[in-house]
Design a protein around this ligand. Sequence first.
Ligand code: PEP
Ligand code: MG
Length: 875
Amino acid sequence: DKKVYMFDEGNSGMKEILGGKGANLAEMTNIGLPVPYGFTISSKACNDYYDSGKRIQEEVKAEILASLARLEAQTGKELGSTVNPLLVSVRSGSVFSMPGMMDTVLNLGMNDQTVEAVARLTNNPRFAYDSYRRFIQMFSNVVLEIDVFYFEQQLEKIREAKGYHSDPELSAEDWKEVISTYKQIVKKHTKEDFPQDPMQQLFLSINAVFDSWNNQRAIVYRQLNKIPSHYGTAVNIQSMVFGNMGEDSGTGVAFTRNPSTGESLLYGEYLINAQGEDVVAGIRTPNPIQTLQQDMPQVFEQFIEVCRRLEEHYQDMQDIEFTVEHGELFILQTRNGKRTAQAALRIAVEMVEEGVISKKEAILRVEPEQLNQLLHRRIDDKFEKIILAKGLPASPGAATGRVVFDPDEAEQLNNEGEKVILVRTETTPDDIHGIHAAQGVVTSRGGMTSHAAVVARGMGKSCICGCEALKIDMQLQQFQVGETIVKRLDTITIDGGTGEIIIGEIPMIDPELSKEFELLLSWADEERTLDVRANADNPKDAKKALEFGAEGIGLCRTEHMFMEADRVPIVQQMILAETEEQRKLALAKLLPMQESDYEGIFEAMQGLPVTIRLLDPPLHEFLPDKEHLAVEVAKLQITNPGSKELAEKEKLLKRVRQLDESNPMLGHRGVRLGISFPEIYQMQAEAIFNTAALLESKGITVIPEIMIPLVGHVNELKIMRQLVIDTAAAVQAKTGVQIDYTVGTMIEVPRAALTADEIATEADFFSFGTNDLTQTTFGYSRDDAEGKFLKDYVENKILTDNPFAVLDQAGVGELIKTGIKLGKQTKPALKTGICGEHGGETSSIEFCCLQGLDYVSCSPYRVPLARLAAAQAAI
Ligand code: PEP
Ligand code: MG
């Protein structure tokens, strides 16, 4: 079976085989765009390479040679020819875009003879020798694994000795000198001469690209982006075109729309007389694409047309690399451009308005997780800020943190809970872990398409690029702007939307949502079958949830109300009561407090369902720490024996010890408390119904759903349900107001799911509490597992994800399925929902949709994400 494809033999549907880049080069070739000739070695060949112990198989080798011959025929050039030499680029390209993560070799085919031919043919020896030295440098780095530092240091030395400030000042003779020193570096490191045989260069480079699939940064990138490792990379061999042939040549990168804001305006940058990597590597700061109109009017016009055709063809915003050789435009690459959430929304919505895509497609274009970026805070303009410097606004959002210059340190401090801003001259793919760990990134060099910008946008991190006013001193670990010096670990704030770098920490405010945001989500609402509710415990969160489009409250955790500072003494009084009489006294004080809590929430959510979960945590959580208390008692026994204070503390300590449990999360909590202390649940129910009656009489519709936590046996629920019903009846009799309410349960322990048919006889609804259900299904403590061992489990691929974040469909999910099936067997109209953290996670939401749940409930800030994810699941 075929493993090597000429560009005109492929198409964009062949990404799995040709990789994204190869498939797009083929597609562009086929729609008649000016693409330099070439061929693609498929990712299957990469897997074969690994399967045969890192060797290119003979059949593949033969195919490569045949394709090379065809390329030579197409171009009229020959690899290694001293008359008309073919020069090629060798680039990686996997099915998923991994910008800058793998290796590239340019100008391959250069050697001591062909360089002379290139010099003659182009009538430009300076260009020829510059290209040759670039090739030596890249090949040595990628294939021979010699650090570029040695070459750069050497070049710097020669530049300095000759009194030059920049590379264009070097003459052909100078470059020859550089080349001979470069060769010495190679000899010193490899004990061999730089390989002169172009065929050998080619195959070594192909091997190196295959190897780069498993280099450290590629592995990290795949982990961060959840890209499976079995795909392998394809290799693209393409005849070179040169942007560094003089002032009528150049190279650039452009997006067909602004990748930061989404505005429908060509956006990008280019350099005259430069070669590909110069732009993205951020070595020279490039010109905005618009000035190309003056520099090369015809090329600009042609390029605009190419952009239009590419967008029309791919029906999405494109990220295009181009080169101009002696005034002739070539397109080297196109792909769907990475973009910020803001841009993703605007582009999707505007493309619907332009009639390019459907609403459904628009919904599928935006990643739910991306929406969170839009909900991020920004700097409050009310406060004075000292703007230290301004760079390019490369990725929006504001961030505050302590300055670090080293990605390893960024990672380390982040692990210790510090917020950091990574400041670098420029970033390379090796810095990716540091970018991930930082709140934001600042670079002093490079443009909006530089590595730092692309990676930060992808991660939704704040980023400022090309802030040239920053003089970074790595030695002293500080940077300087004018007179101001900012040292390592000083705090700065950055605004990736404006490019401002500000000293110190500045207050931030919540974002306003754009009209595109509202529009796209309203389209999502038309598609989705799942309702989206929020977990909220107070009126403020309830209002926020409503603003984000929640359709009710799926979980109101009442213990949060008990934990308010002024209430804790009364709660303690309730817990310490020795008689029922005493306890009722304390509960009577709590009753009006609970009523006011419920009033605010019911009012905010009027007309929408509000699920109130009765008290869940173990009681000792409300009492002082036992060790601390024991010390106090011991002290008092010495300083103040026989005192009333001592007696009280001793009593308290005794009660704390009585209530203390070895496994509180599996202990006396939830319904078990309700069974032991029915008066607590009774008081909570009474407060709910009193409030509901009061509001109903004012004409406000209240839909309370009373939820009993941690039920494992139908008899528990039966008793509690009766208690709620009796309480409701008493309130209705007292007030004369009719209240519509339901009583349901959480499904949080396996036994509840397994006996859901019995439990459903006593429940109007089920809400899957997947935090506890995950804890009890795996037997992992939800308080400890993540810190202790889950990271190892995920790293070692024992688990693909942290099950407390991403629902374990095979285990916990199976219990959910069973719970729904058995529950509906008993009660076909049983309402079902989920209120664990998973209710706000994309893949878990999709699962919930497939299982036919009625709703998901998540934190207010995740409601927009859930609305979109639910729509995507339904399409
Ligand atoms: C759950 O267990 O999933 C749940 C929502 O309840 P809590 O997190 O309060 O235990
Ligand atoms: Mg729970």
